[in-house]
Design a protein around this ligand. Sequence first.
Ligand code: CO8
Length: 258
Amino acid sequence: MDCIRFELSGEGVGLITLSREKALNALNSQLLAELDQVLTAQWDSGLRALVLTGQGDRAFAAGADIAEMAEFSALQAEAFAARGQAVLRRLELFPAPTIAAVKGFALGGGCELAMACDLVLAGPTAVFGQPEVKLGVIPGFGGTQRLARRVGRQRALELMLTGRNVKADEALAIGLCLSIASEGDVLAQALDLAARIARQGPAAVRLLKRAVIETDGLDLDSGLAAERSLFALCFSTADQKEGMSAFLGKRAATFTGR
Ligand code: CO8
């Protein structure tokens, strides 16, 4: 793989690094295909958390690759958007929790990629934005849908209509990121958070993610029904037996993820 690096980083924690540093990790077709391959390969591998970051200090990802898009026909643009949307949706539905560790620019498709992760941690130099209108286009990898879900429709519209950049402190204030790490620490903090998640009952963590992600957009009663079913499903797992008997036996639980 030329554009993506995958490695294990601690027990049950996967780390994906976007590796097109010279192009500020811009998302081209090859990178999207490699990201898809990694997600497919890791889907059933039992990962307990997955961290995404960009190579180098300058960018998480500075957007979809403008050089690749510049001469697209409408049909090519639709196909590229469909491919990007599909890969980001797969990432959003990845069975284990995902964490974006954002250093530098997360613009356009890069911001959309971060928003497809469950949790977004920013470094002090992080810059988010959907600058597509400056290029005469609109977001095409889910930004018009996910930004409003993160920060509310009015703020999302203001950001997308002006294409202005948002620095880490504002991203935190509007809920676009969860926290701001100190200089150089964002990846370490993301891996630490991933390790903390990885220590919880893995079956429950996966069912919890499904209860939140798969019910997005449902009315409350449908969401509550889905929660009940997934709650009940916990009781078919060895993790539930172990977690509760460990509590009652006043010992630490040893989870197997089954
Ligand atoms: N695509 C391709 N190459 C890029 C991109 C990009 N998005 N961003 C940066 N690069 C390249 C530059 O061309 C440059 O390459 P080279 O060294 O060969 O000239 C290299 O990265 C370094 O960039 P700069 O010299 O520009 O670095 P600066 O520090 O001066 O500026 C910026 C950094 C501000 C991030 C600037 O590079 C920039 O504005 N980049 C573009 C940001 C942008 O507009 N992103 C949105 C793209 S559109 C999008 O993502 C839509 C997604 C949905 C697509 C739907 C499909 C149809």
